[in-house]
Design a protein around this ligand. Structure first.
Ligand code: AMP
Length: 285
């Protein structure tokens, strides 16, 4: 596997592969890789001729400077893991490499994140999805992949990115299942900042999602009641809950709490100390 230091070099590398008629997959990451990322890479490598991963801790999508500063970084280790799982090329770069002439992120013009950024993560992390859409567009334009692979773990992000892909018209989005620890905790680079006790505590997020799925299986269809089921579970733990909500994954904007749902996505954001965690589960599958 080759590790390139700038998006300009990556663009040339990808162009050469496309000129050979090869299909190209992109897996965007912020590094500090774990099994969740690596499954995306494995699938991308299996379904395409070439697999490319980006490693860039994107300052545009962090709404808290402390979170950006504390984000784990280890590019050498990441590159090794990517190579072992079938990735052909990984690239990184500075903010000025990704946005020439803009060494200060504050000067970069952000894209409108679109309608799927409304509510939940969008409400709790102002500017986050504008930052995501802006960097993902840049990554797509750099690599021009046939397919790009994203995790279900960041459910609302998959909606924002699908909307972007529709606008661009050349890339297909593939969404892959959330990879979990044995206690149910969704794998995340931020989990590295949890000690053993906090990891055990954090598993309550999955238990709450699972309780909502159980309620759905028992016939409950009211959005408000399903959310209450999750909040009741979370109330038994020590996490600071930001939201525990249920939405129609195919009708994101509808937000009438009295609605009975035909499809349901349960979503939770909560903090274990200073570490912010998110997770979600489709209830009707
Ligand atoms: P990140 O490095 O956190 O920006 O994540 C890069 C990609 O990996 C995103 O598409 C995430 O949704 C995906 N991802 C992160 N954690 C997981 C996980 N536990 N299971 C599946 N995909 C994940």
């Amino acid at each position: 596997m080759i590790l390139l230091q700038t998006p300009a070099e990556a663009s040339t590398w990808c162009q050469a592969r496309r000129d050979e008629g090869l299909t190209l997959a992109l897996v965007p990451t912020m590094g500090a890789l774990h099994e969740g990322h690596l499954r995306l890479v494995e699938r991308a490598a299996a379904e395409n001729d070439c697999c490319v991963a980006s490693i860039f801790v994107n300052p545009l999508q962090f709404n808290e400077r402390s979170d950006f500063d504390a984000y784990p970084r280890d590019t050498e280790r990441d590159a090794r893991m990517l190579g072992e799982r079938g990735c052909d090329m990984a690239f990184t770069g500075s903010i000025g490499d990704f946005f020439p002439g803009h060494d200060d992120p504050a000067t970069i013009e952000r894209l409108d994140p679109g309608p799927y950024a409304e509510g939940l993560e969008g409400a709790h992390r102002p500017g986050h999805f504008a930052g995501v859409r802006t960097i993902v567009e840049r990554l797509f334009l750099t690599c021009r992949p046939d397919r790009a692979y994203f995790g279900q773990k960041d459910f609302q992000q998959t909606l924002v990115v699908r909307d972007l892909a529709r606008t661009l018209g050349f890339v297909q989005i593939v969404v892959c299942p959330t990879v979990r620890e044995t206690n149910g905790l969704a794998m995340s680079s931020r989990n590295a900042r949890l000690d053993a006790a906090a990891r055990a505590e954090a598993a309550i997020i999955f238990r709450a999602l699972d309780a909502a799925r159980e309620a759905w299986r028992n016939g409950e269809r009211r959005r408000g009641i399903l959310a209450t089921v999750m909040r009741d579970v979370l109330a038994g733990g020590t996490l600071a809950v930001e939201y525990a909500a249920v939405r129609d994954p195919e009708n994101w904007q509808a937000d009438d709490p009295a609605d009975r749902l035909e499809r349901a996505q349960a979503l939770i954001a909560a903090r274990a100390g200073s570490v912010r965690l998110i997770d979600n589960l489709r209830l009707d599958e």
